[in-house]
Design a protein around this ligand. Structure first.
Ligand code: GAP
Length: 443
């Protein structure tokens, strides 16, 4: 691994993401739109892969977690009950000289503009982060609605509906993946702080007596997921325990990882007490308590939340994976002096297997093999350029395995498989290829 300085690393990743179509500014031909990002062909493949992995781990492999796909705009009172309309704000000050705007809690000296050094600042004011819209034909206060600022609120609102229809008893959870919107004052660090982003949240409902046990359980589950599935090693991963908690919370940790710009929060695991369900019971006038028929009592469910940003997961993975390898080029006899490579976990690499025929003459058989493998893995077929150039194109997007179909392949029913990280090549029988790739991806 080469040592790439944090600033340089971020620039390199932004540039690679644009060049290879992972992520680029939204509406770029109009000058871009601050805090909004589009995911291109490789980007959305990778994003979808992370999303599917999370869903598989959190929902599909568990009997006690149900899925939900709620609307982005919901009844405005939801955001009153959740506290977002009154409290989801940052204290901001404007510089009257250079017109820049700053979050007071992030200023080293709240009396001096960090942009131009002027002392001519406005009184700090609260700016709410909820994004507003109007529903219906009249644009007035009565018709104001909000884009959801987090995906979990509709989970709380639909708690009883989901529980009844899925015939779940406490303890059980509800998970949702979807867009969230925040009018962040200073979007920055590429996709890390965006105005539109995707969250993957799971709310686990239990009896308060077991709250701390479930909190510990989910903390461990999530740590294992990062270590075993996304391959975050200890030097990229740490836990921050909150000392100051929200008045209703009992415990909270952040899972922090090393992003291309430094350490930052990737996921929160929070014990939220009975706050969420109590609030929505009170504001909606619907009793959302759980009836424990066995013990003939009502329970206000306690919530344990796991909440992670999909865009941040992808940014952290790209930062961890990026490398420039000089020794590699000599090994493979290439002319250029550096090989750019993404050491992505094979489970979430945008392309898992590239099929590269050694010559266009081999197209027919090679393409057949590609189509077959593409049913099981994310594959790409590439016939253009020298084999070395094609390897480099795949290294740069993090493809863990490349296979070359050569003039022997039809006769010996085998292909050469090259490992992105070791660059070792191995002859693999086509009959065994699917198992070989599957084992490699899941190891
Ligand atoms: N329901 C709890 C909640 O929303 P949060 O810490 O505000 O908690 C959870 O957000 C996760 O969502 C964060 O850990 C982060 O990964 C992601 N996230 C939050 N704000 C974001 C933003 N502006 N841009 C990208 N991701 C964001």
């Amino acid at each position: 691994m080469s040592e790439i300085k944090e600033n340089a690393l971020m620039e390199k990743i932004v540039s690679l993401c644009k060049r290879r179509g992972f992520v680029f500014p939204s509406s770029e031909i109009y000058g871009g739109f601050n805090g909004f990002w589009d995911y291109g062909p490789y980007g959305c493949r990778m994003k979808r892969a992370i999303e599917n992995l999370w869903w598989h781990e959190m929902v599909e492999t568990r009997d006690n977690i149900e899925g939900l796909d709620s609307t982005i705009i919901c009844h405005p009172t939801v955001w009153k009950a959740s506290g977002h309309l009154d409290q989801f704000s940052d204290l901001m000050t404007d510089c009257k000289d250079c017109k820049s705007r700053h979050r007071v809690d992030q200023m080293e000296d709240p009396t001096t503009c960090p942009n131009c050094g002027s002392k001519n600042l406005t009184e700090p004011r609260e700016f709410n982060l909820m994004m507003k819209t109007y529903v219906g034909p009249v644009f007035d206060n009565e018709h104001t609605a909000y884009l959801r600022a987090e995906t979990c609120q509709p989970i709380f609102v639909d708690f009883q509906q989901v529980r009844n229809s899925a015939r779940q008893k406490l303890p059980f959870g509800i998970a949702q993946i979807g867009k969230a919107f925040r009018n962040e004052i200073n979007p920055r660090n590429f996709t890390f702080r965006s105005r539109e982003f995707t969250q993957m949240e799971m709310e686990f409902f239990c009896d308060g007596e077991q709250g701390m046990e479930w909190f510990e359980y989910w903390k461990e589950q999530r740590i294992n997921y990062y270590k075993n599935k996304l391959k975050f090693t200890d030097d990229f991963f740490r836990i921050y325990e909150h000392e100051k908690l929200a008045h209703y919370a009992k415990a909270a940790i952040d899972i922090e990882v090393k992003f291309p710009f430094g350490w930052g929060e990737l996921e929160g695991v929070h014990h939220r007490g009975t706050w969420d369900i109590s609030q929505h019971s009170q504001f909606s006038g619907t009793d959302l308590q759980y009836i424990d028929h066995d013990n003939k009592r009502k329970v206000m469910p306690t919530v344990i939340e796991t909440s992670v940003g999909l865009d941040r997961t992808m940014l952290a993975l790209l930062g961890k994976a990026y490398d420039e390898d000089t020794a590699a080029t000599q090994k493979e006899g290439m002319e250029e002096d550096v090989r750019i490579v993404l050491h992505l976990p094979p489970l979430v690499a945008p392309i898992q297997l590239a099929v590269l025929p050694l010559s266009k003459k081999l197209n027919e058989n090679a393409e057949k093999l590609y189509k077959d493998m593409n049913r099981y893995f994310r594959c790409e077929y590439d016939v253009t350029g020298s084999i070395g150039k094609r390897y480099r194109r795949q290294d740069e997007i993090g493809t863990p395995l490349c296979l070359t179909f050569d003039f022997e392949s039809a006769a010996d029913n085998a292909v050469t498989v090259r490992d992105r990280d070791t660059m070792q090549q191995e002859r693999v029988s086509i009959d065994n290829l699917r198992n070989y790739v599957e084992d490699f991806i899941n190891r």
